[in-house]
Design a protein around this ligand. Structure first.
Ligand SMILES: [Zn+2]
Length: 249
């Protein structure tokens, strides 16, 4: 899953096309049905931005193409004129560069920025107060670890940084929102923001995908258990992180 930081790197590469009038084309039949290429063909690409896990491409008439890459979506930027192989979802040809989007799957047309997304964890500085406000407006019986992946509360945190940020802040993924005060919540979000911003910490993960191995801080065996509706695997150290263990684990 491309996380917020990977999306920001993709946005950075796509910015070589900013200011270009693009020729747009959707060779993939399912993408062609969306009619997106027709809407933007021949228009100037004004602005590329990453918001959470979404790439937003804004064109001169205010049309916004939103691209959410899910598990397998990829954007590739290459010199203009390279032959296009296969059936990409969207091809944007500029004067010197072309961008090719493969494996969709989520492309949408809209106008203006979507405000359903929470504040971006990669913003400098991150809007921690805005995030806390959204967390407090959410159902307080939800588990903190699950809420951190809810893109409407905070945009850009994926499963790996969720695990690492919770370890850093010393809270288990299973702690209920109602048991975390605003200061602790801010601490978790700040940990995520710091871990995700370059320069990155060197060395391996703290808990992510380390199940059954000793915690680097205390030696306790790292645990894992699926969390949330889509059962993403959560990882934690039973000793270094406060809070309840999951029911049934
Ligand atoms: Zn530990």
């Amino acid at each position: 899953m491309p996380e917020g930081d990977a999306i920001h790197r993709t946005a950075e590469r796509l910015r070589v096309l900013e200011g270009d009038v693009v020729r747009a084309d959707s060779p993939h039949p399912r993408a062609a049905l969306l009619g997106i290429a027709q809407r933007i063909d021949g228009r100037r690409l004004e602005h590329v931005e990453a918001v959470g896990k979404n790439l937003l491409l804004t064109f001169e008439d205010g049309t916004v193409v939103r691209s959410h890459l899910r598990m397998h979506g990829r954007w590739r930027v290459e010199p203009a004129g390279r032959p296009i192989l296969g059936k990409p979802w969207l091809v944007l040809r500029g004067s010197e560069w072309q961008a090719v989007q493969r494996h969709g799957p989520v492309l949408e047309l809209g106008r203006g920025r979507t405000d359903r997304l929470g504040p971006d964890i990669m913003a400098r500085p991150p809007d921690l107060n805005g995030m806390v406000t959204r967390f407090r407006a959410a159902d307080q019986t939800r588990a903190l670890g699950e809420a951190l992946l809810d893109q409407t509360l905070v945009a850009g945190i994926g499963n790996m940084w969720k695990a690492e940020a919770l370890f850093t802040a010393g809270l288990k993924p299973w702690v209920g929102l109602r048991d975390v005060d605003d200061d602790r919540l801010r601490l978790v979000l700040l940990a995520a923001a710091r871990l995700m911003q370059p320069p990155r910490r060197r060395g391996g993960h703290l808990v992510y995908r380390r199940v059954g191995r000793p915690c680097g801080r205390c030696g306790t065996t790292i645990r894992s258990y699926p969390q949330g509706d889509d059962a993403r695997m959560a990882y934690w150290c039973p000793t270094c992180q406060e809070g309840t263990e999951p029911r049934g684990a």
